[in-house]
Every structure is written in C-alpha cells, then in structure tokens.
Write a protein that binds this ligand. Structure first.
Ligand code: ADP
Length: 296
C-alpha cells in the first residue's frame, strides 16, 4: 500500500482582467473552488490509478475540509488518516489574468498543525505501507518524524516542494528524491555549478539520497542512482494545463515502486501519467485512470 503524508488545500480561483494594486478593488469572474494541496493531489492521483492509498494530513472542521474528504473518497483513497480540526483548512487564493499567469496567496491553516506527534500516532498506517511519499507543505519537523517512523523495508519518496535546504537525515532516506528544475537549484544551492540536468542529478545524489529523479516537463525526466543517469522519455501530448502534473508523476512513481518496478520503469510509467494529467484542466480533476494511461 501507498501512504501519502502531506498537505490538503482548497484552491479558490478567480479570473481577473488585471490584479488590484494596494487599496484597490477589481471585479473578477465567478469563483471556482477546487480540491488541491500536494498531499491530497498525490493521494487522489494514486487512488485513481488503482493504488491502495491512504492520506495522512490535517484539514479544518469546515466546508473546505469536507470538499477535500469527498474528493479523496470519490477517488477511492483511505481517509482514516485525515485528521480534522485545530485550524481552518489550508487555502490557496489564486487570481489568474488573461495571459494565464497566476498570483497565489497560500494560507497553510491546518497543514501547519500536522505535528510530529500526529505521525508517531499513526503507526498502523506506516506498518501497512511499502512506500511512503511526502512533500514540504507541512512542517519540516513533521517530515523528519515521517522518516523516523518508516516501517522496516519500506521506501521513502520525497518531492521537496516548496523547496528548502533539507537535513541530511531526510536526504539519506529518499529513494528517490524527486525534483523539478527549480527544486533542484534550491536544494543544491551553492553547489549548483552546472546548467546540465544530468549534473544536477549526480550532484543531488552526492548529497545522500539513494536515488534521484529530475522531472523536465515536456522533456520527460532523468533517473539517477549508483549505476548512473538514465533518460526517461516523455509522451507527446497537447498540454492544456500543467497544474498538478508533478504530483501525479510522483504518485504514480511511488505506487509503481511499491509494486516492485525498477526506478527507470516506474519513472517511464509516471511520465505517461504526468502527460495524461496535462491534457485536462485542473489538478485532481485531470488525473487519469490506469485504463486512460494505457490508452495514451
Ligand atoms: P512540476 O509540475 O513539478 O514542475 P514537471 O513540469 O517537470 O513537474 O512535470 C512532471 C511530469 O509531468 C514530467 O516529468 C512529464 O512526465 C509530465 N509533463 C509535464 N508537462 C508535460 C508536457 N507538456 N507534455 C508531456 N508531459 C508533461
């Protein structure tokens, strides 16, 4: 089984002609409310593919929390680990201009209250999981506790987003660490001495993870472990909306690894899932079933 530990947000989206300046009010289009957050996205993506998936997260006792729980259940994800209360559900306030550019304010809300004690209290979820996947929209000390609670023989997958420097204890547990270009640059910091993604993969591997995956959007991905760097091709599709593609990629990769696939094979499947996800609008609404991936 796959356990995702991470964030759950309501994405509140309004189209605007232009953004308001300080002190100004502008009128926008109709409000759209979408279930989001990297943790919930990953859990929905994996469950849609047919993976037995649980989410360990925290939402508020409010309408946004219920929206997220409904979306998870509709996809077939296990929500016993979704804790309720402590703060309002996390929200992303998003304005989109006619050029398609976003301005986003995130209120972490309940995500900031997913504490290390919530992780150590979820022993049974960890024992039932071959693969545990996390991101960084929850407190870093909570991610550290995730690494400490991994069951014997289970595998840890991390997408360090939003990126920040990581303690060596977390880096050493990653198998793989999954980054896009921006995340690679931030994690490498001063040691980002090359413009070549294959070099980033090797430099990141030298920081301690057992394996590294660098995603390259329409260019697919690179996988890197002690045996070297392998290129994983992408699938050519008409991209409509890339929101949540990285979350779908990570979820699919984690699931395939848990089913016994090798890293390159799992990444090739994940690239197909990511490609399918960019052919539809939205994040969770765009995630494919296994049959849709096979038909691609
Ligand atoms: P993120 O969303 O985290 O920035 P990427 O943009 O690298 O991550 O996308 C993650 C994966 O989704 C890619 O590795 C690729 O497999 C797939 N993908 C993203 N954009 C496209 C695209 N335009 N065409 C085909 N596949 C894509």
């Amino acid at each position: 089984d796959l356990l995702v530990v991470g964030s759950a947000n309501a994405d509140l989206v309004i189209g605007v002609e232009r953004r308001p300046a300080a002190g100004e009010t502008v009128l926008g289009g109709d409000l759209a409310v979408h279930p989001g957050g990297k943790g919930a996205n990953q859990a929905v993506a994996a469950a849609r593919l047919g993976a037995r998936t649980a989410l360990l997260a925290r939402v508020g006792d409010d309408a946004h929390g219920r929206l997220l729980l409904d979306s998870l259940r509709a996809a077939g994800a296990d929500t016993v680990g979704v804790l309720v209360g402590g703060a309002p559900t996390g929200v992303a306030l998003i304005t989109v201009d006619p050029g398609g550019d976003n301005s986003i304010v995130v209120s972490p809300g309940a995500n900031a209250h997913l504490m290390p004690a919530d992780i150590s209290a979820a022993v049974s979820l960890f024992l039932a999981s071959r693969v545990v996947s996390a991101q960084l929209e929850i407190p870093l000390e909570t991610v550290v506790e995730v690494v400490r609670n991994l069951a014997e023989g289970s595998r840890f997958v991390l997408n360090p987003s939003p990126p920040r420097p990581l303690p060596s204890e977390v880096l050493a547990a990653c198998d793989p660490l999954i980054v896009n270009e921006h995340e690679a640059r931030v994690i490498l910091g001063d040691s980002c001495v090359s413009e070549e993604p294959a070099d980033w993969a090797r430099l990141l591997l030298a920081k301690g993870p057992r394996s590294v995956v660098v995603t390259l959007g329409a260019e697919g991905a690179l996988v890197c472990d002690s045996s070297g760097v392998t290129r994983v091709p992408s699938v050519r599709v008409d991209a409509v909306d890339t929101t949540g593609a990285g979350d779908a990629f990570t979820a699919a990769l984690a699931w395939k690894l848990g089913s016994g696939s090798g890293l390159a094979e799992a990444a090739a499947y994940a690239a197909r899932v990511g490609a399918a996800a960019v052919t539809k609008r939205g994040a969770q609404e765009s995630y494919p079933t296994a049959a849709e991936v096979d038909a691609l």
